[in-house]
Design a protein around this ligand. Structure first.
Ligand code: AMP
Length: 192
């Protein structure tokens, strides 16, 4: 199996690049943000709970997120692999993912981290708000909170994968096709 963590701050391009990677490598895309938003749309109990955190740009509690992610992985038995997009966002989530994948006799192959500077992220999110209709993209205070939460709680997850020699940083600015090509080269180089 090929299991990839696609990492990076909000607005780094994880969703856009995931679409390309799943097509090229035949993987299942699991975006915890997308799954939460689908639950909000469906007015489920999970959606109601997640919304209260998402509207503020805060993280949904680990236990809730981890259980949801495990359920989603379990729905795709026989998958060639997964792209985890927006997960793990804390060290506790990273550890839980490792333990869970070990139970399934597999593991994370690599964390690919899209590197984009803060001013560009803010520009991109405000532009995206116009098409995504996402409430958390349209309010500069919420955007700032998401970036601050990323720096404080999520950026340390890099070190978790660095310690396992699984961390690769990818410049996330410039032409979208060129960014994809960088990701393909990193993935194709894994077993080379
Ligand atoms: P995203 O679509 O990845 O930008 O996520 C949107 C929002 O969903 C985040 O700001 C969090 O509130 C919530 N969320 C998504 N993934 C996670 C996660 N792994 N842990 C906690 N909260 C998450």
């Amino acid at each position: 199996m090929l299991n990839i963590v696609l990492f990076g701050p909000p607005g780094a391009g994880k969703g856009t690049q995931s679409e390309r990677l799943i097509e090229k490598y035949g993987l299942v895309h699991l975006s915890t943000g997308d799954i939460f938003r689908a639950n909000i749309g469906g007015e489920t109990e999970l959606g109601l709970l997640a919304k209260s955190f998402m509207d503020k740009g805060a993280l949904v509690p680990d236990e809730v997120t981890i259980n949801m992610l495990k359920d989603e992985v379990s729905k795709h038995q026989g998958a060639r692999g997964f792209i985890f997009d927006g997960f793990p966002r804390t060290n506790a989530q990273a550890k839980a993912l490792d333990d869970f994948l070990a139970e399934l006799n597999t593991e994370i192959g690599v964390m690919l981290a899209l590197d984009v500077e803060e001013e560009e992220l803010k520009d991109r999110l405000l532009k995206r708000a116009k098409v995504s209709g996402r409430k958390d993209d349209s309010d500069p205070a919420v955007i700032q909170n998401r970036i601050d939460v990323y720096k404080k709680e999520t950026a340390p997850v890099k070190a978790y994968y660095e310690a396992q020699n699984k961390f690769i940083s990818i410049p996330g600015t410039g032409d979208i096709d060129e960014i994809s090509a960088r990701l393909y080269r990193a993935i194709d180089g894994l077993n080379a």
